[in-house]
Ligand binder design. Structure first.
Ligand code: ADP
Ligand code: ZN
Length: 615
């Protein structure tokens, strides 16, 4: 169906989507599909846009909203998401307002009258608000050009965030027969997509699906050995970047937050067991860069739009591939490199297996399938992108992405660990194939730990034969043996030899392995006693002038603190990198920097130029 509310270009001959992209948002070119989606909406066709997180969905309705003569209603499920969008739009001097329970009554009234006067381009609301009879009546008196349904998967019962009120939007639409509708989501499963189209009565020809590949995400899967140390490693590597650590339970969240804080990491917890105030406060602290790390359950994420999340660590196995992809998708929305580490343990799998046994039969089958898919993913030695994209019905163009642990490992030189492997595996055998790597390492090192003595493991032939090797190295050897499947973990975390171990133990075969960068790093972490400053700037590989970048960042932080907005709302990291690299010294040169539009030039140009001019 073609709606009549097509864009009004009378008197705005110069105003095209591209022009707005440049002058308002400061970008030179559209990303894939953005332009076609915008054109389709402007032509009055109801449109479904499916794009991964960070793909740039907002632009797809915000640019038409600025071109339409009337109001664009934006339905969004969460107050925090609306708030985030409004903040960014207002920074760009766009007339966007919100109606929800979080604003005071004066603001509410004033927002309503601004809408009534036709001053507002975008009105953000939760579906509950929009569906109130008095709001529907009010909106009927306004010229509505476009209805945007953000996070449209909430309409589908198949989705992971079904919201019954979303269902009623289909009916409410009838109140605005002239408004074109655009629905947006990052959920790619065909079932959910079909549901959205069916419920909103969209034609399938008006569906735009972008690739779900996120090439800037560096993917890695690693055995969880000393989990805390592994998380600390990541936190240290991204010394100035923000990150999320996902845990499976509230208890684990609390415990890990405490441990990280004890090590001096700026970290806060987030889970459904915290009261609303604490949760909102912690999320806001993360958004504002007041805290660097959020340790969270799956409850965290949907309400957050932070583009500069530099790492996502899964401390435990996620529920399934879909939620894993959604969670890692929260990293690197700004397109800059981001790191995603999944820590994997057979003990976790046993635990999940136990929970699955308690489920009903139908639930059981699905849960077991999800678990198997995840295990296959973790154990795979092939490029990580293949199976992830395949899950969404997409084929990765190449066998090797070059940006995951498995692809990188193939390019690494092999190291020979035969001697160490033999010692370690003999000790696994002698201790009865019941203990974890840490205990085996203690025995090898001749430790006088109570557990070793209580078990009489100081009488074994392998006791003390590895005393000259640091414990961290033994843990590294264990990790390599697990990765190459010479040993496996039983459901209690105890190490057990496999068939593959025998030829190495018998000295018939050597044990050679390729070591990923992070495994190599945790290997040398204790050995090198962190002598070298291995801190990596979160954004270093495109950045030529880190000192200038730091100065610009400091200015940005100061401005953001003063306004109580997140730093990324002022300028993104990408914009600051471009400034530091190009060193613009005039207004027009500054306008050439991606992310600098006219409004921001006026507001922040002078302050930034002051720094740039003395370079
Ligand atoms: P999504 O909602 O799909 O997760 P956003 O709309 O938040 O993604 O966009 C992610 C980031 O990409 C934002 O920082 C946005 O400013 C930026 N962006 C969007 N479109 C473009 C573009 N055409 N060129 C450069 N940056 C863009
Ligand atoms: Zn790969």
């Amino acid at each position: 169906m073609v709606r009549r509310a097509v864009a009004n270009t009378d008197g705005l001959a110069m105003t095209t989507p591209r022009h707005i992209l440049k002058t308002v948002f400061g970008y030179d070119s559209f990303r894939l599909n953005q332009e076609s989606i915008i054109q389709n909406v402007l032509a009055g066709h109801d449109t479904l846009a499916v794009m991964p997180t960070g793909g740039g969905k907002s632009m797809c309705y915000q640019i038409p909203a600025l071109l339409f003569p009337g109001l664009t209603i934006v339905v969004s499920p969460l107050i925090s998401l609306m708030h985030d969008q409004i903040e960014q739009l207002q920074e760009a001097e766009i007339n966007a307002v919100v109606l929800n329970s979080a604003i005071d009554s004066d603001t509410y009234r004033s927002n309503m009258s601004r809408v009534a006067r036709g001053e507002v381009k975008m009105l953000y609301m939760a579906p509950e608000t929009m569906l109130l009879p008095r709001i529907l009546d009010f909106l009927s008196s306004v010229k509505v050009s476009c209805l945007t349904i953000d996070e449209a998967h909430c309409i589908s019962e198949w989705g992971h965030e079904f919201r019954p009120e979303y269902r009623q939007l289909a009916l409410a639409r009838e109140r605005f027969p002239e408004a074109v509708c655009i629905a947006l989501t990052a959920t790619a499963t065909p079932q959910v997509r079909d549901d959205i189209r069916r419920i909103l009565q969209f034609e399938s020809t008006n569906e735009f699906i972008s690739s779900f590949d996120r090439p800037n995400l560096h993917l890695e899967v690693c055995m969880r050995q000393d989990g805390l140390a592994q998380v600390l490693d990541v936190v240290e590597r991204f010394s100035d970047g923000a990150g999320i650590v996902y845990c499976a339970s509230r208890k684990q969240v609390e415990q890990l937050t405490g441990r990280l804080r004890a090590k001096g990491v700026s970290a806060l917890a987030y889970h459904a067991g915290l009261d609303d105030d604490t949760r909102a406060k912690n999320q806001e602290a993360f958004r504002l860069d007041d805290v660097r790390v959020i340790v969270a359950t799956v409850a965290f994420g949907m309400g957050i739009n932070k583009p500069d999340v530099r790492f996502v660590v899964h401390y435990e196995l996620p529920k399934n591939i879909e939620s894993y992809y959604q969670q890692i998708g929260r990293a690197g929305r700004d397109g800059l490199d981001a790191y995603c580490l999944l820590l994997f343990s057979y003990a976790d799998i046993a635990k999940i297996g136990f929970f699955i046994e308690q489920m009903s039969q139908t639930e059981q089958r699905q849960a077991a399938q999800h678990l198997q898919t995840l295990i296959r993913y973790c154990e795979s030695a092939e490029c990580r992108r293949g199976p992830l994209l395949a899950y969404f019905g997409e084929t990765h163009q190449s066998d090797s992405c070059g940006y995951c642990d498995n692809c990188e490992r193939k390019q690494l030189p092999e190291i020979d660990l035969t001697k160490a492997a033999q010692k370690f595996m003999s000790c696994v055998y002698r201790t009865g194939q019941r203990f974890g790597a840490s205990h085996v390492a203690d025995v090898l090192r001749g430790s006088k730990a109570q557990k070793v003595l209580d078990l009489n493991h100081d009488t074994l032939s392998t006791y003390g034969i590895g005393a000259d090797t640091p414990k961290a190295e033994w843990l590294f050897v264990a990790n390599m043996l697990l990765q190459y499947k010479l040993i496996v973990q039983n459901e209690h975390g105890g190490l057990v030899l496999t068939e593959e171990a025998i030829p190495v133990l018998k000295n018939e075969q050597r044990f050679r392995c390729r070591v990923s960068a992070i495994a190599q790093k945790s290997r040398s972490r204790t050995a090198a006693a962190k002598k070298s400053n291995s801190k990596k700037s979160a954004v270093d590989h495109t950045l030529h002038n880190p000192d200038l970048f730091e100065k610009l960042r400091t200015l940005r932080t100061a401005l953001a603190r003063k306004k109580r907005v997140p730093p990324y709302v002022i300028f993104s990291d990408k914009t600051l990198i471009a400034m530091a690299n190009d060193v613009p010294k005039t207004d027009s040169a500054l306008l050439d920097i991606p992310g600098v539009g006219e409004a921001k030039l006026k507001k922040y140009g002078p302050a930034f130029l002051e720094i740039l001019k003395i370079e």
